[in-house]
Design a protein around this ligand. Structure first.
Ligand SMILES: [Zn+2]
Length: 69
């Protein structure tokens, strides 16, 4: 079983999945942390937050961009 860790903002109920070694993902995680500065950001397993939190990086244009890359 693969556990995916996420950075999650408790205040906004949003998360970003962490993919170690993925440079593009690292940027997204950093951006997420910047966007949620001053909020409470925690590291959680994706399994723990599924359904309750929204994926902060699952925006339509971003998805298209990564599919083209
Ligand atoms: Zn937040």
């Amino acid at each position: 079983m693969i556990f995916i860790r996420t950075r999650a903002c408790i205040k906004c109920k949003q998360y970003v999945p962490i993919h170690p070694g993925n440079r593009e993902n690292k940027v997204k995680v950093n951006n997420f942390e910047e966007n949620h500065q001053g909020h409470t950001i925690v590291t959680l397993e994706l399994e723990e937050i599924k359904g309750e939190y929204a994926n902060a990086v699952a925006e339509p244009d971003e998805k298209t961009a990564s599919m083209q890359a």
